[in-house]
Design a protein around this ligand. Structure first.
Ligand SMILES: [Ca+2]
Length: 89
């Protein structure tokens, strides 16, 4: 069972191994450059983090529900950073 902690951990590993900084990772996955990660952009991020295709859509929705406080169905840089901060604590 993929737990939230496991998923966040995988995201952290991806970001640490493939990118110089979380900022760079965010910019990379923000394909249309609008400053937020849409559900499709998050699914791409999860794919790169080797999250199973079966749960990717569900996980993307859960991340948006859990971290998007403005209810716009996408995750901003501030919200993304908050998710990553949770791993370190
Ligand atoms: Ca975007």
């Amino acid at each position: 069972m993929a737990t939230k902690d496991m998923i966040l951990k995988k995201l952290q590993i991806l970001i640490t191994q493939e990118f110089d900084s979380p900022e760079q990772a965010f910019a990379f996955f923000d394909e249309d450059g609008n400053g937020t990660l849409s559900k499709d952009e998050i699914k791409e991020l999860l794919k790169k983090a080797e999250i199973s295709g079966f749960i990717r859509s569900m996980v993307a929705s859960a991340l948006i529900d859990g971290y998007s406080k403005d209810g716009n169905d996408s995750v901003s840089w501030e919200e993304f950073k908050k998710a990553l901060d949770e791993i370190k604590h």
